[in-house]
Design a protein around this ligand. Structure first.
Ligand code: FE2
Ligand code: FE2
Length: 268
């Protein structure tokens, strides 16, 4: 019964989130770009694309009834063009405001840095894998990978009890979703799916968020690609078939790309 009420509590937190919190260094970098009259759209794109908080809001707004043109926008650059600089500025201002609420929400810069680095590593791995297998649009793969674990944010808001689960998963190798379900009556895939629907993410994105921990292949290329990149980042020695061989061969490049971006954004 306890996990039933915890489940409701997690979903209630997911319901109230209008925008995800992010790292101060990322906010500072985006504000710097927005304040510089000479900075280009490309410069802004090259900062926004690495961050789940801003990317998720941009995709959500671009696919809302107001901007929606019938077809779903999965390309972040196109989504940014659709909503414009002013809207992006508003999103970043919301993030500045949220900064003050991190403590109250049991979230720390350390939690966010952990999640930020993980999603970036998965995005770099998935993008390289998509390029090698020529199976999916690499930019779409990158964006959806940045967003794949959004469901973890309301769970991080549960405080130390969630951090203990993460440590347990790392120590024992047990899948984090099983531990989350046991403790909270819900896992981050279901929380993420709830948020993806609420925020009107494209259907393909919701599918990745909902199913990326499946042990068997879903037959949906995008889901399977992100799932393999995610497992590779968690355990580079995991048996992932042909994709595992590709990813292990590109491990140095994935690491170099991730390090370059974390340093660039001041996260490292
Ligand atoms: Fe996940
Ligand atoms: Fe993940």
């Amino acid at each position: 019964m306890q996990s039933l009420s915890l489940r409701e509590d997690v979903l209630a937190k997911a319901e109230t989130l209008k925008v995800l919190p992010t790292l101060n260094t990322v906010i500072d970098e985006v504000l710097r770009v927005l304040a510089d009259e000479n900075s280009s759209f490309n410069r802004l794109f090259s900062v926004v694309r690495y961050d789940q908080a801003i990317s998720s809001k941009v995709i959500s707004i671009a696919n809302s009834a107001y901007f929606g043109r019938g077809s779903q926008i999965t390309n972040l650059e196109r989504a940014m063009v659709a909503i414009g600089f002013d809207e992006i500025r508003r999103i970043v201002m919301c993030l500045v405001f949220l900064k003050e609420m991190l403590h109250q929400w049991n979230l720390s810069q350390g939690d966010l840095a952990l999640l930020w680095t993980h999603t970036l590593s998965v995005a770099c791995a998935a993008k390289i894998l998509a390029g090698k297998t020529m199976s999916e649009d690499r930019e779409k793969v990158f964006t959806v990978s940045i967003l794949h674990d959004i469901g973890k944010v309301p769970l991080f808001m549960q405080g130390d009890s969630y951090k203990k689960l993460i440590e347990e998963a790392a120590r024992t190798g047990v899948d984090i979703c099983a531990l989350e379900s046991g403790a909270f009556g819900i896992d981050h895939q279901e929380v993420g799916q709830f948020m993806a629907v609420k925020w009107r993410f494209p259907q393909e994105f919701s599918a990745v968020i909902q199913k990326h921990h499946g042990r068997s292949e879903t037959g949906e290329t995008l889901v399977d690609l992100v799932a393999k990149a995610d497992r590779f980042i968690e355990n580079p020695a995991a048996d992932l078939g042909a994709e595992g061989i590709i990813l292990r061969g590109e491990a140095a490049l994935i690491k170099a790309e991730t390090t370059k971006i974390t340093e660039l954004m001041g996260v490292a």
